[in-house]
Design a protein. Structure first.
Length: 125
C-alpha cells in the first residue's frame, strides 16, 4: 500500500519529465494508492496560484473517485514536534511521513529529503 507524495501528482498535472512513469504507477496500483489531505490542499494551492482552477477540478473528480484520502488524527499532531527534531524534515514532509507511518504505508516520492527516514519503506522514482 502506498502514500503518493504531492510531487508525484504534480508531475502528472504539470506534464513534467516523469509524468508517464507516474501515470503508469498510478494505473498499475490504483487500488493500493492513498493521498493525504495535505497533498490535496497543497495541490490546490499550487494550481490556484498558477490559475489552473479547472485542472484542480478535473484532478479532484479523478482522485475522489479512485483514491482514498487520509488525514492525520488530532492525537498525532503534538508528537510531530519530537519527530521533526529527530528527522529534520519540513512540515509537509513530516506530515506525509507521519500519515504513512500511522497507516502503515510506503511513501512514493522523488523528494530526497525522505532518504533520511530509516523506519519506513520508501519508493523513489
Amino acid at each position: 500500500m502506498y502514500l503518493l507524495d504531492t510531487n508525484r501528482f504534480l508531475e502528472i498535472l504539470f506534464k513534467q519529465d516523469r509524468s508517464e512513469d507516474c501515470k503508469k504507477f498510478l494505473h498499475a496500483n490504483y487500488n493500493k494508492i492513498f493521498i493525504s489531505d495535505f497533498s490535496i490542499h497543497s495541490i490546490g494551492v499550487i494550481l490556484f496560484r498558477n490559475k489552473k482552477q479547472k485542472l484542480f477540478e478535473v484532478f479532484l473528480n479523478d482522485v475522489l473517485t479512485k483514491i482514498r484520502i487520509l488525514n492525520l488524527p488530532a492525537a498525532e499532531y503534538l508528537p510531530m514536534m519530537k519527530l521533526s527534531k529527530e528527522n529534520d524534515l519540513d512540515f509537509d514532509d513530516l506530515y506525509q511521513y507521519i500519515v504513512a507511518k500511522y497507516y502503515d504505508l510506503q511513501i512514493v516520492t522523488m523528494d530526497s529529503d525522505f532518504k533520511k527516514i530509516q523506519d519506513l519503506k520508501m519508493v523513489f522514482f
